[in-house]
Design a protein around this ligand. Sequence first.
Ligand code: KIV
Length: 266
Amino acid sequence: MPDITLTTLQNLKQSGEKIAMLTAYDATFAHVACQAGVEILLVGDSLGMVLQGHDSTLPVSVSDMAYHVACVKRGNQGALILADLPFMAYATTEQALVNSAAVMQAGAHMVKLEGSAWLAEPIARLAERGVPVCAHLGLTPQAVNVLGGYKVQGRHEAQARQMRADAIALEQAGAAMLLLECVPSELAEEITQAVKIPVIGIGAGAATDGQVLVMHDMLGMSLSGRSPKFVKNFMEGQSSIQAAMSAYVAAVKDQSFPAAEHGFSA
Ligand code: KIV
C-alpha cells in the first residue's frame, strides 16, 4: 500500500488542503516527483502523445499502460499511482475488470475511466472487486472524435446540468475520485461542493480539491510548440526539474496555481 491512500485524499479534501497530482511515465521522473511532494502519480494515456508522438491517445494499448505503470512503481516513494485504462479497454464491464487487473498487477493503486453516467456499471463492479476508480468527466480525450476536438465542455446550461448529474451518479456508483478536464471554473466549483469524493481539476479553475498537469507541459516541453491556456511553465526561473516540480506542488498547495487566467468561463 502507498503512503498516500484514499483516506489521505479524503482527509485532504475535508481539511481544504489541495492535492498535487502530476503525470509520470517512468521510474526516474516518478522518483523526482515524489521527492518534490507530488501525492498522486498519474500514469496517463497522454503517454501516447508525449512519449509515443501520436496525435491522440487512441493508439495506446493496455500493455503500454501496464509497462509504464511498472516503470513508475519502481521509482515511486509513497505516492498513490493512478493509471488510465486506454481507449476501448473498458467498452464492456468484463473488459474493464480484465484490463484493470493488468494495470493493478503492474503496480497501480487506482484506475481512471473517461465517460459519463454509463460508467456507473463498470465502476460499481470494479469497486466491489477491490479496484478504486477515478471517473474522468468534461473533456475526455479518448472521445475527441465525438467531441469534434479538444474543447471546453459544460459551457451550455443543459451540458452543465448533465455533468453535475453524472458526477453525482458516478459517486453513488462507487467512484472514489473525480477528475474534471477543461470545464468552466464555476461549474467545477459546484461539482466539487456537490460530491464528497476528492475532485482533481485540469483547466477547471482553482476551486477543485486538487490539480493535475501533464509533466511535459509543466516543464515547458511540447511537440507542437503550443501550450494549452490552463498550463503554466514551472521550469521558468528554476534550475532543475525537481525544483520546477516543487514549485508546482507549492503553487497548488498555496493556491497561487491555477490563477484566473488558467481557467475557463461558461
Ligand atoms: O492522460 C492524462 O495525462 C490525463 C490528464 C490530462 C488528466 O488524463
